[in-house]
Write a protein that binds this ligand. Structure first.
Ligand SMILES: NC(=O)c1ccc[n+]([C@@H]2O[C@H](COP(=O)([O-])OP(=O)(O)OC[C@H]3O[C@@H](n4cnc5c(N)ncnc54)[C@H](O)[C@@H]3O)[C@@H](O)[C@H]2O)c1
Length: 254
């Protein structure tokens, strides 16, 4: 096969959640550059409208919703299937991190909101999307974990880390269940990437320690993650499923 990063992606409908976030924005742009039609979703419609207007190519849409809302998730899938022609890929970047320096500060509300957003919504959205993909006989689901799934997290991110550990085991289960339907399921695991999520409430000493322990010596940028996502959706990765792809500049090695 001739190497082309847009392989299999031209005119395909790709849902990108968290599309107004640091990494999600880069993912949406890269899919648009690969010729896909992006259905971008996040919490704020105005920000989505701006994003969609900035994307190259045509046929993109922006739909504001909370991924925790089951009715809204169904609307998202309906737009993709009934108005855009069917879902080829889901790149699910939306997530919530609430840092609490001490475990004693973690509230039940912190626990519920992070588990609901990062883990529970990931299961129900993936299942909905996979059922729609099953009718087409192909599909790519790309979920997001974090280095914290392995390390337990730094900088007060214990609950977030637990939710992201759940995403890894969930993605393996999804890969087993949906593989026979021609659907691959993989998880991208970023190290430190310069976005609002990383920088909000993070102790600068933790940031610097992780940077110093990263063999490449710098904190990554969103476009160093988005290319991996597009690769996983492309036909070059058609035999990759159930993988957790480590994109941490060598901070973790597995
Ligand atoms: N930045 C990092 O260093 C890093 C490291 C490891 C993993 N990650 C993971 O990468 C992914 C993207 O993170 P990011 O750094 O771009 O974060 P970000 O905070 O910049 O973007 C996350 C986006 O998700 C949206 N979102 C949050 N809750 C939502 C909800 N309930 N419904 C709809 N949208 C919602 C937010 O509005 C935001 O635009 C996340 O899954 C995150 O856990 C990031």
């Amino acid at each position: 096969m001739v190497w082309r990063l847009d392989s299999g992606l031209e005119d395909k409908v790709v849902i990108v959640t968290g599309a107004c976030g640091g990494i999600g924005r880069a993912v949406a742009r890269d899919f648009a550059e690969a010729g896909s039609q992006v259905l971008a979703t996040d919490l704020d419609q105005g920000a989505l409208d701006e994003l969609v207007a900035s994307l190259p190519g045509g046929g993109h849409r922006g739909l504001a919703l909370d991924v925790v809302d089951d009715v809204a998730r169904e609307q998202l899938v309906d737009v993709a299937t009934q108005q855009m022609g069917g879902i080829y890929a889901l790149a699910h970047t939306a997530a919530l991190l609430i840092r609490r320096p001490s475990l004693n500060e973690v509230t039940e509300a912190d626990w519920d909101s992070q588990i609901d957003t990062n883990l529970k919504a990931t299961f129900f959205l993936s299942r909905l999307v996979a059922n729609a993909m099953t009718e087409r006989g192909e599909g790519r689901i790309i979920l997001f974990t974090s280095q914290s799934w392995w390390t337990g997290g730094f900088g007060g991110s214990s609950v977030y880390a637990a939710s992201k550990g759940g995403v890894v085991s969930l993605s393996r289960s999804l890969a087993r269940n949906y593989g026979p339907a021609g659907i691959t399921v993989n998880t991208v695991s970023p190290g430190q990437i310069n976005t609002a999520m990383l920088l909000t409430d993070l102790d600068p000493a933790v940031y610097e320690k992780m940077r110093a322990e990263t063999p490449l010596g710098y904190v990554g940028e969103p476009d160093e993650v988005s290319g991996v996502v597009v690769f996983l959706a492309s036909s070059h990765a058609r035999y990759v499923s159930g993988a957790t792809i480590n994109v941490s500049g060598g901070y973790l090695m597995y």
